[in-house]
Design a protein around this ligand. Structure first.
Ligand code: URA
Length: 201
């Protein structure tokens, strides 16, 4: 199937595949470098994202910007999006049906960006891409390769904001260092497989 950024943006703008779109201010498709080597996937827009139409611009997004800076990356260098493109009411976790309704857009984003490395932020992104049995505390910190794309699951920045002991922050730092090392190890120009299948469950 042929995909373009225009067809993706149009499809998201018109989407009424689940009930989430009825209560929002803006769809939040995602943003960043269309040819990024690193793609980040979160759960779904929160209050600030719904207001602005941009992914990760609230408190979790500000922490994410600092996390990227700690491995010498700017937001302009990466592509950032979420599993669901509409804010769930009161920031609840999206249901399996809502996630399934939105997965086609994430697949289009994989196919367009063709990242070499993906950072999965939190349990919802992990489940959506790696499968229902994913558990963030058990499975984070280990790369999984899927259809030629390296995937690192880690904590969601919101969980890091709530982390009182600092343990999760220390673990997330190790995960970021592993991502930095992987980006250095995989040659930038290495041919990237088209990865529609990257998140096939
Ligand atoms: N949390 C997410 O998962 N995504 C956002 O865009 C903002 C907060």
């Amino acid at each position: 199937m042929k995909v373009s950024w225009d067809s993706l943006n149009e499809a998201v703008a018109q989407c009424q595949r689940c009930e989430l779109c009825r209560q929002i201010h803006h769809k939040v498709p995602g943003q960043g470098n269309a040819k990024a080597r690193l793609m980040l996937i979160g759960e779904g827009p929160g209050y600030e994202e719904d207001k602005s139409g941009l992914a990760f611009v609230g408190p979790a997004g500000q922490l994410l910007t600092k996390m990227l800076a700690s491995i010498q990356l700017t937001r302009e260098e990466v592509y950032i999006c979420n599993v669901v493109k509409c804010r769930p009411p009161a920031n609840r976790v999206p249901t399996p049906d809502e996630m399934a309704a939105c997965m086609g857009y994430l697949r289009m984003q994989f196919a367009l960006v063709r990242p070499q490395v993906i950072l999965l932020l939190g349990a919802t992104a992990g489940r959506a891409v790696l499968g229902e049995s994913f558990r963030v505390t058990r499975d984070r910190g280990r790369f999984v390769i899927k259809n030629g794309v390296w995937m690192m699951p880690t904590y969601h920045p919101s969980a890091l904001l709530r982390d009182e002991t600092g343990q999760k922050k220390r673990e997330a730092w190790q995960d970021l260092l592993a991502v930095k090392a992987k980006l250095a190890e995989v040659p930038a120009g290495e041919s990237r497989r088209v990865s529609y299948g990257v998140c096939d469950q």
